[in-house]
Design a binder for this molecule. Structure first.
Ligand code: FE2
Ligand code: FE2
Length: 196
């Protein structure tokens, strides 16, 4: 055991509202289940899930100040789409304050909201677990749950398509990396099937 999970739990709990911490605990359980199904290290999934939203309940002002101090590049996407910043900021906090230095774990935190092309299995586990944890109840979540333990790429695609559709319907900003993630998954599938 590389990490002291109990002390990480206390650290996270002190930074989150009770409902957000409850969400985090459900993501931990879900991530462990999915990790198990795909041979991903349970401890890495647990730590990434535990820390994924650690910056989520900070005020906008604090998020921006910390992010600037850490040298996180803040594009217009993060500036005008406030929910996005907590992911890269959470990864930096995990590294600086929790002693998590494994890039694989940090990247799972960093990309849990937008995804990115070429995602690792651990990154997909956290992304999907966050999307389908048992507290989630929105149209389409069941379609993602159905494939989460069987075909993680399919679960990712369904989640991404639904997220993109949601954003488009509301005329909100769509981070280009989310679209790139979706196309990357489809291209990889096509290449596997020999349809280049
Ligand atoms: Fe999040
Ligand atoms: Fe979350």
């Amino acid at each position: 055991m590389l990490y002291d999970v109990a002390s990480l739990q206390r650290w996270v709990q002190a930074r989150l509202s009770p409902s957000r911490y409850a969400h985090t605990s459900r993501v931990v359980r879900t991530a462990r289940e999915i990790a198990d199904a795909f041979g991903v290290k349970a401890e890495e999934a647990e730590v990434a899930a535990l820390l994924h939203d650690c910056a989520r309940d900070m005020s906008r002002q604090v998020q921006l100040r910390l992010a600037e101090g850490f040298g996180i590049v803040i594009s217009d996407m993060e500036l005008y789409n406030p929910v996005l910043l907590h992911a890269p900021l959470g990864a930096e906090l995990a590294r600086r304050e929790c002693g998590v230095h494994r890039e694989s774990v940090l990247n799972a935190i960093r990309f849990h909201t937008t995804g990115r092309p070429g995602m690792s299995l651990l990154e997909k586990v956290i992304f999907v677990a966050d999307y389908i944890e048992p507290g989630r109840d929105f149209p389409g979540v069941e379609r993602v749950r159905e494939s989460a333990l069987v075909d993680l790429d399919e679960a990712m695609l369904r989640a991404l398509d639904q997220t993109i559709a949601y954003v488009l319907e509301r005329a909100q900003l769509l981070h280009p990396i989310t679209l790139e993630t979706r196309n990357d998954l489809i291209l990889r599938r096509l290449k596997r099937e020999g349809c280049e």
